[in-house]
Design a protein around this ligand. Structure first.
Ligand code: FES
Length: 275
């Protein structure tokens, strides 16, 4: 009889009996099959990633109306954007016409997302705003209000971090987080006890702690940054092109560092007096 470390699964659905053959609780052993089984992976996508709260990004990555970034929920590509009214929205990155990705960049700023396939376009609030040849193709039949981008069921901005779930029945974010909230707060709050204060700088999460900010600043100012022209001007950019020159949609390191508070005190102020 095969042991738990040699079990194989059929590539169909997985039931509890199959899983039981992969786990030996007494010996504390788990089959390596769990890392490669398509059946288990499919169920994880359906039962876990389609239902839980998932981390998508940070509000400091999209500070202005029209700013967006592309993230993922399981294997689904999603657009995290700040709409023209300044609200953060999360949409499935899939055209309502025939499913093409409407956003092909990793991040950028835009007034609308235009699908590259047949040109349907959507506002930053997800509304369908443009359909080429609509009268010829659909006459009066197309009710645009029904064909906006699909929005997540719930979205939460927690101290700057953006979370979302597809499950309308999922518990509210803080209830879902439970006692783990403490650990998230330790990460997100300033070390002097003030709430929040985190910001993404140059792709690396940074905490608004004076000493760490000083290190970040030094890093930002010291490193020669690889300026690169975006492949297509204006609309967006791929992450490998993120640090483009100011005015071309890229991050300007000095400005990012200045937006973090508080101003760090000189290092000497924080060292104990010499005895
Ligand atoms: S698939 Fe987007 S316009 Fe046709």
């Amino acid at each position: 009889m095969p042991g738990p470390t040699s079990g194989r699964l059929n590539q169909g659905s997985v039931n509890r009996g199959d899983l039981g053959g992969l786990i030996d609780v007494d010996r504390g052993m788990v089959s390596r099959e769990i890392f490669v089984s398509e059946a288990i992976y499919g169920q994880e996508l359906e039962r876990v990633f389609a239902r839980v709260w998932l981390f998508l990004g940070h509000e400091s990555q999209i500070p202005r109306p029209g700013d967006y970034l592309v993230s993922s929920m399981g294997e689904e590509s999603v657009i995290v954007c700040r709409d023209v009214a300044g609200r953060i929205r999360v949409f499935l990155n899939s055209c309502r016409h025939r499913g093409m990705k409407v956003c092909r960049y990793d991040e950028g700023n835009t007034r609308e997302f235009m699908c590259p396939y047949h040109g349907w376009s959507y506002g930053t609030d997800g509304a369908l705003v443009g359909v080429p040849f609509a009268k010829d193709a659909y006459g009066a039949q197309l009710d645009r209000s029904r064909w906006g981008l699909i929005e997540v069921a719930q979205m939460k901005n927690y101290k700057g971090t953006i979370w979302a779930t597809w499950d309308r029945a999922a518990p509210p974010f803080l209830e879902y987080l439970g006692d783990y909230t403490l650990y998230l707060d330790l990460l997100l709050d300033a070390w002097d006890g003030r709430e929040g204060g985190t910001e993404v700088i140059g792709g690396d999460p940074q905490v608004a702690h004076p000493l760490q900010l000083e290190v970040s600043r030094r890093e930002l100012l010291r490193r020669p940054l690889p300026w690169r022209e975006p492949s297509v001007g204006g609309h967006g950019r791929h992450r490998s092109e993120r640090e483009g020159p100011p005015g071309h949609g890229g991050a300007e390191p000095g400005a990012l560092a200045r937006r973090v508070v508080p101003e760090p005190r000189p290092l000497d102020d924080r060292l104990p007096p010499a005895t």
